[in-house]
Design a protein around this ligand. Structure first.
Ligand code: ADP
Ligand code: MG
Length: 582
């Protein structure tokens, strides 16, 4: 008897499971499947992403459903279109030996009449996003008044996304006596209250510790100055040849900007955020699945559907506004039993957030240093040597060998190796030989160089900032806040003048772009902090200086790309053309 058989599953499912190559049930499957098969009960199951929740509810639902009847008997609500499709595909695989069972996906952004047609043909299981489901109920296109089972998958995400009212509406169209199975990675109070309101004495199971991140994930943080985030990101990528990662940014704008810069710098990167069309998002996701995109830069909302199992690194380019979101981010790696690394790029002033996250994931972070240029060069050199060693010899070269031999005549083996490696390596090392140490000490004091002298600005600029005494600042503490946030020295910010609900301060003009950029869409504790060049009389400002949001506006030596230098791809899939723009 296999372990799956021992859970009480029937032959058609066991056959499908063996086709899928599942050998042992995951913990959440082991705990929920027997309960759901044997007892008519509600269930709340807490388990991280990637622990096999789909099968935990999917197997029992498929076994309990009467496939000979065409009535809709099971409803699964899930937060995004991508998850909806993913669950539907999985269920189809699980039920491939169950005759007559049909599973239909219902989600926004696709033809509603086509979906209605599929349901009309008879769908015992419907997998839906709350918005589209509500819409179809309203139009009488789907009947869920006779369902026996309702699954709320990724309940915390659905509530995060504001689907509470929709879920409530949808549930009011289902029979009282149905069973509800709720699956969630975390148990915030909103989820607890849904369980209380819509479920009857649910059995509770928890896999691992509550709210804990998957333990296969190692958490690391890197302290850098606010303006060095991008350089740090590049170094982390360069120090990990073969990286396959999701890079999280806070805003759609940053997401697009970081992805564009990476692409310009020769990385196989793509952007995934809500301002892209569904078609663009599908394109980038497909490229990511095929690993043509190695660095997927994404917002939290857009990343929810990412179902790729072998992500090696999650990089938090910025920490999320809601600290709880961190577990969803780090859960994108370490899936399906693989190990993964979640890296956080932080500034000194954000360090206390790391402490908070440690409590949430119940795991300690490792303080790491951004690799130096020399370290990266070393890593890349070994990687290059290994690539040469592992490269399959291309037979077509034979024809050209005599000519090549002529050219290389008289160069001995050692020299030849040095030359070959240098072909790819020199530009890399040239680039890194000019860069500085990006690490900032956690306790403070030291500072980074203040931008480039290529700025033609001179003199002093006065700024307006929308926080003041009402927010608990006096001139000294505001100066500290600015210095920490901007990672500048105390002398760089001066003439700090706090009023009730706003304040003024000065900096040298060459810092203006950097300061404005840092405070673009900048939030502290959920509140936007806005900085503008002051045009008020007495503000001593260079009146009328407008925020220049154009990219590339602030040049810093360390960020200069080595376009062309990376064509051969240092660890970026050799020779592959740049991915287009998504
Ligand atoms: P979750 O919903 O918890 O995030 P999924 O149900 O999407 O996780 O499963 C994650 C991956 O693990 C999927 O690719 C799935 O096919 C695979 N998987 C699920 N159960 C098992 C198992 N028992 N053995 C091996 N792989 C499994
Ligand atoms: Mg899932």
């Amino acid at each position: 008897m296999t372990k799956f058989e021992a859970l009480g599953l029937d032959q058609p499912l066991l056959d499908a499971i063996s086709d899928l190559g599942f050998e042992t049930p995951s913990e959440v499957q082991e705990k929920s499947i027997p309960i759901l098969l044997e007892q008519d009960t509600d269930l709340v199951a807490l388990a991280q992403t990637g622990t096999g929740k789909t099968a935990a509810f999917g197997f029992p639902m498929i076994q309990k459903i009467h496939a000979e009847s065409r009535t809709t008997q099971g409803l699964i609500l899930s937060p995004t279109r991508e998850l909806c499709l993913q669950i539907t595909n999985e269920l189809k695989l699980y039920s491939k030996y169950v005759k007559g069972l049909s599973t239909v996906a219902i989600y926004g952004g696709a033809s509603i009449t086509e979906q209605a047609k599929q349901i009309k043909r008879g769908a015992q299981i419907v997998v839906a996003t709350p918005g589209r489901m509500k819409d179809m109920i309203g139009r009488g296109m789907v009947d869920i008044s006779k369902i026996d089972y309702c699954v709320l998958d990724e309940a915390d995400e659905m509530l995060n996304m504001g689907f509470y009212e929709d879920i409530k509406d949808i549930l009011s169209n289902t029979p009282q006596e149905k069973l509800t199975w709720l699956f969630s990675a975390t148990m915030p109070k909103e989820v607890a209250s849904i369980a209380k309101k819509f479920m009857h004495q649910p059995v509770e199971i928890t896999v691992g510790t509550k709210n804990a991140g998957a333990s296969t994930v190692q958490h690391e943080y890197y302290v850098v100055g606010g303006r060095d985030r991008y350089s740090a990101l590049k170094r982390l990528a360069d120090a990990n040849p073969g990286i396959f990662s999701v890079v999280f940014c806070r805003t759609k704008r940053d997401t697009q900007r970081v992805a564009e810069k990476l692409i310009e710098d020769g990385y196989n990167a793509g952007a995934l955020h809500g301002d892209l069309s569904q078609n663009q998002r599908d394109l980038v996701m497909n490229a990511f699945r095929k690993k043509q995109v190695q660095m997927l830069v994404a917002t939290d909302v857009a990343a929810r559907g990412i179902d790729v199992d072998d992500v090696t690194h999650v990089i938090n380019y910025q920490l999320p506004d809601e600290i709880e979101t961190y577990t969803h981010r780090s859960g994108r790696t370490g899936r399906a039993g693989k190990s993964g690394i979640s890296m956080v790029i932080v500034t000194r002033s954000e360090l206390r957030k790391i402490k908070t996250i440690e409590k949430i994931v119940k795991q300690d972070f490792i303080a790491k240093k951004i690799p130096t240029g020399i370290e990266i060069c070393e890593i890349q050199l070994y990687h290059l040597a290994n690539r040469i060693k592992d490269t399959k010899i291309n037979k077509e070269i034979d024809a050209y060998l005599p000519a090549i031999n002529d050219v290389l005549e008289g160069i001995d083996r050692e020299e030849l190796i040095k030359k070959m490696v240098s072909v790819e390596f020199t530009q890399f090392s040239n680039y890194y030989s000019k860069t500085k140490d990006l690490n900032t000490s956690e306790s403070g004091r030291e500072s980074v160089s203040k931008g480039n002298a290529d700025s033609d600005n001179s003199g002093s600029v006065r700024y307006f900032i929308n926080i003041g005494e009402r927010d608990g600042y006096d001139w000294m503490s505001l100066k500290d806040f600015l210095r920490d946030t901007l990672n500048l020295e105390k002398e760089d910010i001066y003439n700090v003048d706090t009023k009730d609900s706003f304040s003024f301060f000065n900096s040298d003009a060459q810092l203006t772009d950097f300061i404005l950029q840092t405070f673009t869409e900048f939030k502290v504790d959920g509140r936007f902090i806005n900085v503008e060049v002051s045009t008020k009389p007495g503000g001593q400002g260079k009146g009328g200086r407008k925020r220049d949001r154009k990219r590339g506006n602030r040049k810093s030596g360390g960020n200069k790309s080595f376009k062309g230098g990376k064509k051969g791809g240092y660890g970026k899939k050799g020779g592959k053309k740049r991915q287009g723009f998504y």
